[in-house]
Design a protein around this ligand. Sequence first.
Ligand SMILES: Cc1cc2nc3c(=O)[nH]c(=O)nc-3n(C[C@H](O)[C@H](O)[C@H](O)COP(=O)(O)OP(=O)(O)OC[C@H]3O[C@@H](n4cnc5c(N)ncnc54)[C@H](O)[C@@H]3O)c2cc1C
Length: 381
Amino acid sequence: MLSPFCEVHIYEKGKTAGRKFLVAGNGGFNITNSATGNDLLNKFSPNGFLRYAISSFDSDATRNWLLQMGIPTYVGSSGRVFPEIGIKPIEVLQKIKEKLIQQNVRFHYEQEFVSFNSENNPVFKNNEIEIAMKADFYIFVLGGASWSVTGSNDLWRNEFDKIGVKTIPFQSSNCGINVEWTEDFKSKYAGTPLKNISISINDFTIKGEALITHYGLEGNAVYPIIAEVRKMISKNVEPIIHIDFKPTNSIVQLKNKIAGETIPTKNYKTVFNLNEVQLALIKQFTSKEIFIQPESFISSIKNLSIPVSSLRPIEESISTVGGIALEELNENFSLKKFPNIIVIGEMLDWDAPTGGYLLQGCFSTAYYAATSILNSLKNGE
Ligand SMILES: Cc1cc2nc3c(=O)[nH]c(=O)nc-3n(C[C@H](O)[C@H](O)[C@H](O)COP(=O)(O)OP(=O)(O)OC[C@H]3O[C@@H](n4cnc5c(N)ncnc54)[C@H](O)[C@@H]3O)c2cc1C
């Protein structure tokens, strides 16, 4: 969106740009979310950090911007916004690149940022030759640390640390959790979804779906609890999640189904309308004494406690937290120590759940930073 009077060059270390965007495209492609105002803002943490960026370029702005490029969008389940059916991720990426090229933005591939020189200008390496760049402003968008095949890794952190800009080690966010299943459970049920459940941890509850995998659980009811799990692991407290298999039934409603009678466990499936995997999961994390008593079994249906052993590795996470420490930033994402260096996107230490918020956060930070550069150029700063 920078105007033609700026000469803009994009340096990318890969042979092509936007590989994680394409991976996101293949995995569901929530390009933003229909939430607006505070509903949108509250999805990002730390609380309020992106308030100016989001209010300057929100989800409606993203949809309008895409529409202007010939990419209509629609709102799907849970407010997720997708490009209209039939539009492939590569077409969206191509349109964005075409728009940039029309605006005289130039792409330079196989140019890896490797360090800052003694004047704090970025140095890029191509074919073993290192050259320092000189520009009025540098915008860094180096990404988080997951899915290294797309080009993102955390090697750049060291270079920022060297110039005195604090960075925070990356950790997994929006990832699966490891749970110690028995071999038998794993072999029978890996790949089976748990639908219409809610998962709680501490005071936080989320409804949705989880997929049983060979290592544990993942899915849209798992990603939002990751921040709490991470917090507990960092305090050396074992995280315990609680699954409610019947979030629309109260305990009283479930008790009414048995009307105080002692029913055999073989009838649980029919009486409580549970499927085989739900029953097997409850059995795995409930003692025999509790399991055979229908009244206490109901407490397991409503509140099954499952210990989490760890988070899935960074490499396979949808997103990461960590990167540039937020206290290093001015409000427009420029560095306090080097105001002509701007850092945006996932390389900053913010977090958001899946559902289109991650890309929206990247678009909003990019727009806000670019606008602030334009304003400072107009004002002759
Ligand atoms: C499987 C998966 C599914 C996802 N699905 C969604 C989704 O549906 N909706 C959503 O909102 N988000 C989704 N995301 C998250 C989203 O894709 C990312 O948050 C977003 O791409 C981050 O954008 P970015 O520009 O900050 O970083 P990136 O997209 O990672 O881009 C960083 C770029 O910097 C380049 N680079 C890195 N280091 C250097 C260097 N030293 N020199 C030069 N270039 C360098 C990389 O090659 C890369 O091209 C998904 C992510 C994954 C992995």
